[in-house]
Design a protein around this ligand. Structure first.
Ligand code: FES
Ligand SMILES: [Fe+2]
Length: 365
């Protein structure tokens, strides 16, 4: 097997192969249980070009292809919200098995009996949660979610228990392959050059890394100034830090989920995903970075105004940081398309090597 990815692994043919061979077989983080907690709550995400709805039915959540069995309208018009699984075109309503049970005019026009309706059930997918993190897998039969996560499952438990709902989140459009985004968060070598005014002021010392199957972690110390700032914030806002995480602690869950924790008080949950057209075809060289920033859980009695001020500051800092990353990731992707040999990875880029090895294994290359 090859040791590292080369330019061809970032181009159009590979993006198509990933859509076919990689993403359908892997657990894919889609959102938090909080987002589908309300009655009839739903989320819609595209996985490997397939629009997938995660829909709440009473005490259960289920995942289906978000396409009506009648004349193929999309069932939900928004990425998230509250509403039954009912097609907006002619009003077919689907039950928790994805079977269209409410069909306006059925007796007069369609004459569908129970078996006919069952045959029209929506394509259903595996859905599983670890803590508040919801994952969907299109093709069944691989490792169960907990097995796939391995020791990284405890990261999701900790973030689920310790952090509030996001105070800032958005999708961002990058002109770079999704793997460029992942590689960028797997090393801190670029921090001096790319983030002199932002991330560079936050961390110092050595980046200590570990591999966990296809996933990996990295941790680096915080500067004294950053620690002081976060101590002050924790006191003012009455935040309860995660005691297990005291540095800048980072984990990726293959293929595309990244979690960064600062002083056990702020979590940044990111996904880097390919972009697909309405026909499900992948758009090479484009990706969506979706970020979600959360603060540690708060005891009662803190000032809402103080919290709003801290959140606004952190949201702005994060936007500046990500804009700096976007510039270099896009430049690196454009450069990759001009080259014919793999990039050189140093000893401080071991997590990228591990990511490449996992990718090559999963792609069978
Ligand atoms: S297309 Fe959905 S009900 Fe007709
Ligand atoms: Fe960065």
């Amino acid at each position: 097997m090859r040791a590292a990815l080369g330019p061809n692994d970032y181009g159009a043919a590979t993006a198509t192969a990933e859509t076919r061979d990689l993403f359908p077989r892997l657990w894919h983080f889609v959102g938090f249980l909080d987002e589908v907690a309300a009655p009839d709550g739903y989320l819609v995400r595209t996985i490997a070009g397939v629009p997938v709805v995660v829909q709440r039915f009473d005490d259960d959540i289920r995942a289906f292809r978000d396409v009506c069995s009648h004349r193929y309208a999309r069932l939900h018009a928004t990425d998230s919200g509250q509403g039954p699984l009912r097609c907006p075109y002619h009003g077919w309503t689907y039950n928790r098995d994805g079977v269209p049970m409410g069909i306006p005019g059925n007796d007069a026009c369609f004459h569908l009996d129970r078996a006919d309706k069952a045959a029209l059930a929506l394509a259903r997918y595996e859905v599983a949660a670890r803590g508040r993190f919801i994952f969907v897998r299109l093709v069944p039969g691989g490792a169960p979610l907990d097995e796939w996560l391995g020791p990284l499952g405890t990261w999701l438990d900790a973030v689920s228990d310790g952090f509030a709902a996001p105070f800032s989140q958005a999708p961002l459009d990058w002109r770079a392959d999704w793997k460029m985004g992942m590689e960028n968060v797997l090393e801190v070598y670029h921090v001096d050059a790319v983030h002199p005014e932002t991330f560079r002021t936050v961390t110092e010392g050595a980046w200590i890394c570990a591999e966990h199957g296809p996933h990996s972690t990295g941790t680096i110390g915080l500067t004294a100034e950053t620690r002081r700032w976060w101590d002050g914030v924790a006191k003012r806002l009455k935040l309860t830090p995660l005691t297990r995480f005291t540095n800048y602690d980072h984990a990726i869950i293959f293929p595309n989920l990244a979690i960064g924790l600062t002083a056990g008080l702020m979590a940044s949950v990111q996904t880097y995903e390919p972009v697909y057209g309405p026909d499900g075809g992948v758009q090479p060289g484009r990706s969506t970075l979706r970020y979600r920033l959360s603060l540690a859980r708060q005891q009662p009695g803190a000032s809402a105004a103080a919290r709003a001020g801290v959140e606004a500051h952190l949201a702005d800092f994060n936007r500046r940081l990500l804009a700096e990353d976007q510039t270099v990731a896009e430049a690196a992707w454009a450069g990759t398309m001009q080259m014919d040999r793999p990039a050189l990875l140093g000893g401080n880029e071991g997590r990228i090597r591990a990511f490449h090895a996992a990718w090559l294994r999963e792609m069978g290359r």
